[in-house]
Write a protein of this length. Sequence first.
Lengths: 538, 171
Amino acid sequence: MASLPKPDELAGINYNPPRTGWRDTPVEFRRGTYCYGAKPKNLEAVGLPNPRDWSPEDQDWKLPENWKEIILEGLRERLGRFRSLQIFMDACVRCGACADKCHFFIGSGDPRNMPVLRAELLRSVYRRDFTTAGKIFGKLAGARDLTEEVLKEWYYYFFQCTECRRCSVFCPFGIDTAEITILARELLNLVGCNIDWIAAPVANCYRTGNHLGIQPHAFKDMIDFCTEDIEKVTGVKVEPTFNRKGAEVLFITPSGDVFADPGTYTLMGYLMLFHEIGLDYTFSTYASDGGNFGLFTSHEMMKRLNAKMYAEAGRLGVKWILGGECGHMWRVIHQYMGTMNGPADFLEEPVSPITGTRFEHARSTKMIHIAEFTADLIRHNKVKLDPGRNNHLKVTFHDPRNTSRAMGLFEEPRYVLRSVCNHFREMPENTIREQTFCCGSGAGLNTDEYLEMRLRGGFPRANAVRYVHEKYGVNTVACVCAIDRAVLPTLMDYWVPGVGVAGLHELVGNALVMQGENDRTTDLRGNPLHGREEGEDV
Amino acid sequence: MNLADLLTKKQAVILERWFQWFLETYPAETARFMREEKNRFANPVGSSVYQGIEGLCQELLQGMELDRVYPLLDPIVRIRAVQDFPPSRAVAFIFALKKVIFEELESEIRGGQISVEELLELESRIDNLALLSFDIYTQCREKVSQIRVEEIKRRSERLLQRANLVVDPSE
Ligand code: SF4
Ligand code: SF4
């Protein structure tokens, strides 16, 4: 008879962590916990190396013969180019302050998700080949040879980091594991080890300007479709323009707002607002996505995909650029664009044509976030709002990792929310603003085959939502990021059923009183408006 | 002393040992964090589990009403169902409670201070918990498949509508 596990064994009572320690325990690629490998056609489209059919579950990853040299040479070159990388490799004192701050560690319980150990994956190789102690003492000095097993581990754990930077907030030396991940992914890309969920949008963006590969006519068509929906709800016909030369402002938003629910309701909100204030703006059907998965591939790819923004602004002759609700797009814009593809001297420092406010902080990039723009409109009483139309929503606000830790956008969205809703509640302090917990699906990991891991990583966020849901009856998470809008509904369905997700400008659209509008009976989603009584704070 | 009194007396030890058992299903570094970090938002797994099993220990003495037990059990199983455990290990913590209690009460049981009826009653309460956690586990896994499909649908719903591929017969 086959031997059955004894009850204690089955129950895991004798469970111990692997005796070998993390350095010597190879990773196991099980479905649900890794992202599919990049398809050859998507690497070929942008000329990335080593296109081939492969799966992370395969024993043989079909690496180029000299893959090790390629990676080590790539690392050497980057140590020279990025002073930060050199410092991050040398400065960590293993104090552990970052160790328990990563949502993937907290949610999965896997110690290799401690940021310090994630960085150690790269650092141990760095020590072996780039430090004297490591060359001489090897393992004793915490050094490891770069082997295929190590490379597989990189793939597993560097595509299990959402580059959210929460850990860096707690590091006394400011070591930014997100940046280590960014560079480790660059190295992986040198030998063709990207994930397809990043490679495909990159290829599409390169060809058509947006993640889905939608062509200009279809892009316009989708937005026209959206104007029909607006007319149904409000009776007002809004008329956006496309590629219109001489418009004052170019508007660029993530394509998720155009094609995917519930982002589409946010798009309705933008269009309604622009119509109401009479903004002289245009869409570009080429810069048709603010999203930039190049950021998750390499610095070069980020630059290539970002270039369309200034190119289109120049071609259309606008004065400045207004950007929609997105997360990572803002890290690219705020931290890199001005110097990477700029200076865009042909543009002007953004000035709101409605209020006259000069957005001096955007002097370099010439691009501002729509939450800033709208907050300024409200501050100057330029829009009429009826927050009672959002009375059926009890709202909390999720700070996206990028707008908070890469941009410092905290007050504007909250100011807008408080103006358009009567019921607003903050989540606990250690889960918002600088300390916000990421959705667990960012940095290109929002693919369905990775759902199980995303649910682990998203649990700390969901847990804080659950708290305000149970305590104050919160039923809506508002956010200013397209990836959040796509993934938080899934996360909520699992962890906190009964809580929905809305973009900030969807709520603005609900509350916005438009000239010539019908007596509104539904919100933008077509849900009946009831409970419109004056809201007391929940 | 009857079983209920003994359990009440030993409740703190039982809870402690049960929680410890639970933590040991994770690697040592993780277990340490889950035990030591007391802020429930910084340590949602540790605190959800502790809260849940603390409540379940109480319920053991109070008749195990389904509508009280379910909200205690659900958060624990919901977490385990998406962590890196096979189903057997995900819900094994219920059986660990038996082991913990029997070890704690070993001398009383051997000494015949607890009646067989009482013991059987206790066992069946724990068994019921186990059955309930199988149900919850299965619901969670079904939910994972369902939300995966729904997410994909949301992603392209608009395009399909636009291409007139989705027909709403009521319109
Ligand atoms: S950047 Fe975010 S996901 Fe990456 S290690 Fe740090 S906390 Fe974790
Ligand atoms: S907090 Fe900074 S110095 Fe301390 S272990 Fe983490 S990365 Fe190293």
